[in-house]
Design a binder for this molecule. Structure first.
Ligand code: GLN
Length: 532
């Protein structure tokens, strides 16, 4: 293993772990620290280590784990990578998502290939060594590399990661490592007090694994008094200045500013030797746009299967918000349950959005939404599955009553969406989708090309089925035209409605490329189409 791999001398590593419970904003904290470092002029890279045994996040239930975020090179990852991209404006890759399953798979393959020369293969040092190698690789020459460890410290499955980041200090020097622990402090409403005990125990657990944190971020639902920080400082031995109280923010993009004002900033300034004041204008602008009182709001109906589950559609929601901030309007999301969706639901909103999805549940409602958008000229944005249901709706309008995707009706003769030749037989396993960046050429003067302001675009994909171009005539007769394809013309990448205020759909996931300060043009287009 590569225990002796050289590491750039001055490179700094920040490790973000969590205690008490997960899902309280460790990812946002890690990303916000990165944003502050960038604002101080440092280059930053970032990585998520997930201790569960999945090889990637592709087959995880989105209702439980949230959205599956896809990188440019096609890694199916945890939604935290989406936060990282939005906060740091980076395009991450496979190496920024490290999962136990992937590392173990490689280790076992190496063992089978006889690469260990008779040694006993063990979690320590082999898995911990592989984790450290993965960290070194992802660090990629940046001034500061941030590593977030998923789950909470003490979880059985995460122990190798905690041990690996402890050992890492031996590799690169303790002075080049900063450990940040994010804990949750609940407010007990009956006694009206914040309870720090679980956080104290979580810090004790971390110390038990040989890591004394340099900073503690204390998450609370409502603002907590300084006495909470004092108590945590006393019980953890962490200087009170480095214990930061972070209550829920009105927008997550406020967190970099909170971090910049806090003791964490002093700690990272000292740690990196960079004492510059961070330039936070970008974040100030976003927060101002977010808190502005709008004269006008637009409503977007999100026709979805996992209703009310924001994490499942987080990048879509962030892209809509960002478009609203740029356009100076509020965007109200109306969740429309795809399983019961009908005309009454569609009537109530200014625009419809059908996001990505897999499987047959809720498909009739999504097709109905697309049909409604075509017939009533309601602005519509279709993302991946949202394109496929639009194509089905259009072909059905043209008289092909059984038009369908073979994903939902394997035997339909009118397979307007299907698995292309050469792709069959790969339907049931993970990692067999069209994933990551693909180029597309757009037809000049279409609304799609005009909305992008370009005729060549690159977008990220995550899907298996494609539009069947044998049905182009029927699709056009029903009201849609193909406005963009793969460079060789074989794959349909974009469709748009003919003679319609704004109905655009893409086989890709443009939401993944949207940034809070640079919303994606297709989302801006939707918001513009409805703001009057
Ligand atoms: N289920 C569809 C496919 O596999 C769409 C996938 C998606 O929306 N990401 O092609």
């Amino acid at each position: 293993m590569g225990e002796t791999k050289p590491v750039g001398k001055k490179q700094k590593f920040i490790f973000v772990t969590g205690g008490v419970l997960s899902g309280v904003g460790k990812g946002i904290s890690a990303a916000s620290i990165g944003a502050v470092l960038q604002a101080k002029g440092l280059s930053v890279s970032i990585q998520k280590c997930d201790p569960y045994l999945n090889v990637d996040a592709g087959l995880l239930n989105p209702a439980e784990h949230g959205e599956c975020f896809v990188t440019i090179d096609g890694a199916e990852t945890d939604l935290d990578l989406g936060h990282y991209e939005r906060f740091l404006d980076l395009e991450l890759t496979q190496k920024n998502a490290t999962l136990s399953g992937k590392l173990m798979q490689n280790l076992i393959a190496d063992e089978r290939a006889g690469k260990f020369g008779g040694k006993t293969v063990q979690l320590v040092p082999h898995l911990t060594g592989a984790i450290q190698d993965a960290i070194t690789e992802a660090a990629d020459g940046a001034d500061v590399h941030i590593v977030e460890i998923g789950g909470t410290v003490g979880d059985y499955e995460g122990l190798s990661f905690v041990e690996a980041i402890r050992e890492f200090a031996g590799r690169v020097g303790r002075e080049n490592c900063l450990y940040v622990h994010v804990v949750y402090v609940p407010f007990i409403s009956t006694s009206k007090e914040f309870k720090t005990k679980p956080a104290q125990n979580a810090l004790m657990d971390l110390r038990g694994f040989g890591i004394v944190p340099d900073c503690v971020i204390v998450r609370t639902d409502t603002p907590a008094p300084d006495s909470v920080a004092r108590k945590i400082s006393m019980f953890s031995g962490v200087n009170q200045d480095a214990v930061v109280l972070l209550s829920n923010a009105s927008t997550v993009f406020e967190v970099p500013m909170t971090i910049a004002k806090s003791g964490v900033h002093d700690a990272i300034s000292q740690f990196t030797g960079n004492i510059k004041k961070p330039k936070l204008a970008k974040w100030e602008k976003i927060v101002t746009a977010h808190t502005a009182k709008h004269r006008k709001s637009v409503s977007v109906g999100l026709v979805a299967k996992y209703v009310d589950n924001e994490d499942t559609y987080i990048s879509v929601l962030e892209a809509l918000k960002a478009a609203g901030w740029q356009e100076g309007v509020g965007v109200d999301i109306h969740w429309i349950n795809a399983e019961t969706a009908n005309k009454k639901d569609f009537d109530k909103v200014d625009a419809l959005l059908v996001p990505g999805g897999f499987g047959g549940r809720g498909i009739p409602g999504k097709i109905a939404a697309a049909k409604y958008a075509l017939e009533y000229k309601k602005p519509y944005l279709g993302l991946c599955l949202g394109l496929q249901v639009a194509v089905i709706a259009s072909a059905r309008r043209a008289g092909l009553k059984t038009a369908n995707s073979t994903e939902f009706d394997a035997d339909t003769k009118n397979n307007v969406v299907y698995i292309m030749e050469g792709q069959e037989g790969k339907e049931s396993t993970g990692g067999t989708l069209r994933l990551g960046n693909y180029d597309a050429k757009l037809i000049r003067d279409t609304r799609t090309a005009k909305t992008y302001g370009a005729t060549k675009v690159t977008e990220r994909h995550r899907h298996r089925y494609e539009v069947n171009q044998a049905f182009t005539d029927a699709i056009e007769k029903g009201g849609l035209m193909i406005s963009g394809t793969s460079p060789n013309g074989k794959l349909v990448e974009f469709v748009e409605a003919i003679d319609h205020p704004y109905m655009l759909a893409t086989q890709a996931h443009p939401e993944l490329k949207s940034r809070p300060n640079r919303p994606h043009p297709l989302f801006v287009g939707l918001v513009r189409a409805v703001k009057r």
